[in-house]
Design a protein around this ligand. Sequence first.
Ligand SMILES: Nc1ncnc2c1ncn2[C@@H]1O[C@H](COP(=O)(O)OP(=O)(O)OP(=O)(O)O)[C@@H](O)[C@H]1O
Length: 349
Amino acid sequence: MSSLTITGVTKSFGTTRAVDDVTLEVPHGSFTTVLGPSGCGKTTLLRLIAGFLVPESGTIAFGSTVVAGDGVRPMPPQTRRVGYVPQEGALFPHLDVAANIAFGLSREERGTTGGDRVAEMLDLVELPRDFRDRRPDELSGGQQQRVALARSLAPAPAVVLLDEPFSSLDAGLRGSTARAVRRALQATHTTALLVTHDQNEALSLADQVAVMRGGRLVQSAPPSEVYLSPSDPQVAEFVGRAVVLPGAARGTRATCALGEVVLTAPAEGDVALMVRPEQVFVDLTHAEGVPGTVEEVSYYGHDCAVQVRLDEGTSVLARMAGVRHPVAGDPVHLRVTGLVRAYRPAGLP
Ligand SMILES: Nc1ncnc2c1ncn2[C@@H]1O[C@H](COP(=O)(O)OP(=O)(O)OP(=O)(O)O)[C@@H](O)[C@H]1O
């Protein structure tokens, strides 16, 4: 196992810069999710790390070993000690689970410790040991992905790369499979990078979230920082619902359609303010805050989304517990709780 260091890596296809000057550090034994919309370069980045593609500039290093770039001949994929878990269909359909898991082991390992290693890997991914004799088509989609992870971990790789490994699973299976995969990676202290365009998956699984847009890495930080202090309003809207309002800042306070708010950092003059919907407190009983009328309520059980038209005209989304909620037409008052991030508005220096 080792850390993964990507420095200034660029890769183009014709005139498309699929990966554009990306620098990212994945510490030893940690889990990073790469989040971004379709076509932003996530898979290309994984393929560069795996060695299926060669960067035109920049370097990729596993620990202190440079595997691509820096004028060195790129290390071929088979010698990089990378585990790769694709979306689906990774398993050999004609081999049983044991043979699939043992596939990456050397002949000696398979002969001596292969059986133990298969049992160990099944335990690790929380599958019963008697699954070893089953064929992939006798497993559910989630079980197949756990076997695919077991196979990638069996040879103790330096780095494991997962390319949208849960995207073919339904919502329930997706969460439980993802958590099992995270436990297995943590238990083995494996350095891992998982690509996804699912915000919840990216935030809930990782130690670090790397957000990509148009080939560039626009932010890499712990999940709470990416959510609460996104690097720009576009990232804010990509990693969750966001209310972005124009405001006027003076030091650590700013005024906007939601009244006076407290900022995460001092700012001056015109700003764009980013408020998360759960920071907007909907007061049903007291006339404290900014007045408005409920336009629409989407009820999700655990919580609900309340769209409010302020009397001054702005429409704002609030999120509140689903226990006692207003209905369309109700008068309410809104207040902002917690700190608010301010940005220079687009177009201003
Ligand atoms: N082999 C290729 N030849 C030409 N263009 C490519 C090739 N592979 C990727 N691209 C282009 O590079 C860009 C990034 O593609 P990539 O597959 O890395 O995006 P992605 O973020 O993984 O997308 P998705 O989430 O849809 O899988 C896209 O514009 C894509 O069309």
